[in-house]
Structure formats: C-alpha cells, structure tokens
Write a protein that binds this ligand. Structure first.
Ligand SMILES: Nc1ncnc2c1ncn2[C@@H]1O[C@H](COP(=O)(O)OP(=O)(O)OP(=O)(O)O)[C@@H](O)[C@H]1O
Length: 247
C-alpha cells in the first residue's frame, strides 16, 4: 500500500474528561490520488495532520508509507522521510524565515537533499506555480499571501515528493485566490503524479480539488467516496445535513 492510516486514535484530556480528537480513523491513498479530508471545525483534521507530520504522537494505530510503519519515526530518520512526503501549511508567511528571501529558503531545501535540480528545471517549476524570479527574490513580507503560498508550493515541489500534505492551505487567503491555488495544486499533482492529502473545512473546494472525499466528524470517518458521488448521493445523514447546510 502506498499510504495508509490504520485505526488511528488520539485522545486529549480536558478537566479530567477524556475525548478522542481522532477516533479509530482509517483510510488509504493510492499513488497520484488526491484525497480531501473535509469536516467542520473541531472534527480532528489538524490533529490528524499533526500526527502524520510527526508534530504529535498518536495513542494507538499506525501510519504506513510504502508498507513501512512511519507512525513514530526517530528524528534522525525524518529528513529522509520528508524527501518523499512534503507539507504545505495554512499560514504561508510563517513557513518562511522572515530574514531570508523566498529564493534562499527554497534553494536551502534543494541543497539540504543534494538534489540535481538544474537552473532550467528550477525555471520550469517556477513557471508551473506562476512565479517569477523577481518575486522569489523578495522577502516574505514583500509578497502577497497568494504569492507566498505559491512559493511554499514551489519549495515542496522542487524536492520531488511522492505525497503532498496540504493543511488548510487556502484558508488564510482571499476568496478570489483560493480556487486558483487549489487548482494549481491539482494540476501540479496530476502532472507530476504526486498524491495529495488535502485537508479542508471547505466542501466546495474539496469537490473541485479531490478525486475522493473523506468526511470527518468527532474524529471519525463518517463517509468516504468519489467526490462527485459523495456530493450527489451522500449516504450518511451527517453528510446529507452538511451538504444541505451549504445550500
Ligand atoms: N493540544 C490539544 N489539547 C487539547 N485538545 C485539543 C488539542 N488540539 C486539539 N484539541 C481538540 O481536539 C478537537 C479536534 O481539534 P482539531 O484542531 O484537530 O480540529 P480541526 O478539524 O482541525 O478544527 P479547525 O478546522 O477549527 O482547525 C477539538 O475539540 C479541539 O479543541
């Protein structure tokens, strides 16, 4: 299996009361597939993302990548793992060093992995995310949110990942550029056959972006299916209510 989450659970405690932010969650992802994990605020999406990115530890369950257990990867092995799994986060400005130009941060990633990225390849990647040399030679505070998020995408793309994890990557952006960034991610993933786990609270975006959608509620997978099928023929009452609240 390319990527699989198996029976993942993460519990938090509030005032002595235990609750599962992620509750026996299981799903899988095929190479090159785009899966949107969608749900309301508090459904456990960010907790899931933090566990996959190793920022937080699951109580139980497993995450497999190419059949290898990556649930708790020792720190010294993480660099190698992140050569294949890249992440883009919600707040683009926070993901860049404020005193480095965007170009310097992007090139640092290439150097870190000793990647054979030629200037021609770099130029091509830059054009794919609709950025110019003039823009990436600026500091983060000198570009727009959309430009900064495209630079974050470029930084991930040049590493050559097999899986891209996008955690609410359009939420901090203006509505006008949300669809543009989501469309860009879809085209890039399709072109380079990169699988994508697209975490979002926006069901419309999930529909336009993803091959499949998984609906989360209270940490559980309520329903999962091909994007159009799930939109037109939701099987579960919760999904039906969620969709009708959009109308
Ligand atoms: N570190 C923590 N300690 C205690 N509870 C937490 C912690 N992180 C998250 N939670 C709780 O776990 C639940 C799931 O939160 P999570 O952030 O994963 O949801 P989400 O779907 O990403 O929501 P949003 O879209 O608002 O970011 C929520 O009830 C939240 O309050």
């Amino acid at each position: 299996m390319f990527f699989e989450v198996q029976d993942l659970t993460k519990t938090y405690t509030h005032n002595g009361h235990h609750f599962a932010a992620v509750d026996h969650l299981s799903f899988s992802l095929a190479p090159g597939e785009i899966l949107a994990v969608a749900g309301e605020s508090g459904s456990g999406k960010s907790t899931l993302c933090r566990i996959i990115c190793q920022f937080s530890r699951a109580d139980s369950g497993h995450i497999l990548f190419h059949d290898q257990d990556i649930t708790n990867v020792p720190e010294k092995e993480r660099k190698q793992l992140y050569r294949h799994i890249q992440m883009v986060f919600q707040h683009p400005y926070r993901s860049f060093h404020p005193r480095f130009t965007l170009e310097k941060s992007i090139l640092a990633g290439i150097r870190n992995y000793h990647l054979p990225v030629t200037p021609e390849m770099f130029q091509q990647y830059m054009e794919e995310v609709h950025l110019t040399r003039d823009i990436i030679r600026r500091y983060p505070h000198e570009v727009s949110g959309g430009e900064c998020q495209r630079a974050a995408l470029l930084r991930s793309l040049v590493i050559g990942p097999e899986l891209l994890i996008c955690d609410e990557v359009t939420s901090a952006l203006d509505a006008t550029i949300r669809n543009e960034i989501a469309g860009l991610i879809r085209r890039i993933c399709q072109h380079h056959r990169i699988a994508c786990l697209f975490i979002t609270h926006d069901l419309y975006l999930a529909r336009t972006m993803a091959d499949r959608i998984l609906i989360m509620h209270h940490g559980r997978a309520v329903e999962e299916g091909p994007a159009e099928q799930l939109f037109h023929h939701p099987q579960q009452t919760y999904t039906q209510e969620l969709l009708s609240s959009l109308l």
